[in-house]
Design a protein. Structure first.
Length: 199
């Protein structure tokens, strides 16, 4: 079964923005948003063992039908990203029980939910997350939607608690090292659309 994402969708109440599945032409812009976030907001920059998907966006997100990269576009420029990968949290650095709870393959991991600071407060991240979750619900084989985030970034903890259930606060363990305050979340799976009647 092939899952399709609506090619273009305006953001309700936010004229001038479009959210859609990324194409090869979007890769440089998506990579810019991701790297800018890592360097300017997370302060630790590119870490190969954590961010190899950013180097090879096409193979990670565009070539796998169970993966997705959404982009928010404003006047032809990519200003936001949100990805889905069929991978759970790896052990280590995450606890074994967490890796067992969210196994790769049946877990849709939400990643790279980034919006350029100049384009925030327009509902882009929330809209991209909802569309990504709808994609997961329509894609066979997924049972759970998982993510982890660095709540040191201003507003991230409140944002994710408005959409997801906290599973594990890893700040006390320091699993990602100094300066990274990791909290793990699960998003409820949206209702799958009913199968069409066959006659």
């Amino acid at each position: 079964m092939t899952v399709t994402v609506t090619p273009h969708a305006a953001v309700p109440g936010t004229p001038g923005y479009t959210i859609r599945a990324a194409t090869p032409a979007d890769v440089p812009g998506a990579r810019r948003v991701m790297l800018d976030t890592l360097y300017r907001e997370f302060d630790y920059g590119y870490v190969p063992r954590w961010h190899e998907d950013i180097v090879d966006i096409p193979a990670t997100y565009l070539d796998d039908p169970r993966h997705l990269l959404l982009v928010a576009v404003h006047r032809g420029e990519v200003v936001g990203t949100t990805g889905i990968r069929s991978a759970g949290p790896a052990h280590p650095p995450h606890p074994r029980w967490l890796a067992d709870r969210y196994p790769s393959g049946s877990t849709a991991q939400l990643v790279r939910v980034y919006v350029d600071p100049a384009h925030r407060r327009h509902g882009l991240a929330r809209t991209m997350v909802r569309r990504a979750c709808d994609f997961v619900a329509a894609t066979p084989g997924y049972a759970r939607i998982y993510l982890h985030t660095n709540v040191k970034v201003e507003g991230s903890g409140a944002f994710w608690r408005s959409l997801a259930t906290e599973v594990f606060d890893a700040r006390a363990t320091g699993e990602h090292g100094p300066g990274v305050e990791t909290v793990h979340f699960e998003i409820p799976m949206p209702q799958r659309a009913p199968e069409p009647a066959r006659g």
